[in-house]
Design a protein around this ligand. Structure first.
Ligand SMILES: CC(C)(COP(=O)(O)OP(=O)(O)OC[C@H]1O[C@@H](n2cnc3c(N)ncnc32)[C@H](O)[C@@H]1OP(=O)(O)O)[C@@H](O)C(=O)NCCC(=O)NCCS
Length: 156
């Protein structure tokens, strides 16, 4: 079982986070979304967006590392999980620890729930971690409406 170290991201991580995000979506979301949907989704993703999210956008990004490499990340803002992505090559298994760390951070800030919009491929993962389905929804990415599922967990 691989052990991952979790730490807060810094702007210096932006390039690695952006590359990992694209690799993760291309490898792990294909099937739930078409290749065309995925490329539309990723078209506007740039490292600058990650830097902005951390420094001005009010997001906290947690990074999972293994052997000095970024294996995955989770992004939270207030009581929302904005993103959770693992490296398809060396990061499988980092999703659970990252989600637990994100829940811990939100709890420390005094919030009682964590909500998210799950990609269709990740729904079984979130169910396993205690998230309840609320409603079907869509997110607008690259001019397309992508189907997602609104989910929420009451943090104990
Ligand atoms: C959803 C996601 C974050 C889950 O992360 P994860 O690390 O894959 O999740 P888990 O920790 O539960 O591990 C998943 C599986 O990989 C297996 N695994 C763990 N370590 C592994 C390793 N070193 N090599 C291969 N598989 C491994 C686990 O046993 C588990 O298998 P199981 O589901 O049969 O039990 C991840 O799949 C992902 O990044 N998906 C694409 C992006 C996405 O859709 N994110 C959600 C946005 S809302």
């Amino acid at each position: 079982m691989v052990a991952f170290t979790i730490r807060p991201a810094t702007p210096a991580d932006a390039e690695a986070l952006c590359a990992l995000h694209k690799a993760s979506v291309r490898a792990l979301c294909l099937g739930a979304y078409t290749a065309e949907e995925i490329e539309a989704w990723l078209r506007e993703r740039e490292p600058a967006g990650f830097r902005h999210a951390m420094t001005k956008g009010g997001e906290t990004i947690l990074v999972a590392e293994h052997d000095g490499s970024v294996a995955g990340f989770a992004s939270i803002k207030e009581t929302m999980l904005f993103g959770l992505y693992v490296d398809p090559a060396g990061g499988r298994g980092a999703g659970g620890p990252l989600l637990q760390a994100a829940e811990g951070e939100v709890r420390r800030r005094g919030a009682a729930i964590l909500s998210l919009q799950s990609t269709l491929n990740a729904v079984p993962f979130y169910r396993k971690h205690g998230y309840m389905r609320q409603a079907r929804s869509t997110v607008r990415r690259g001019g397309r409406d992508l189907a997602v599922l609104d989910m929420v967990k009451t943090l104990s």
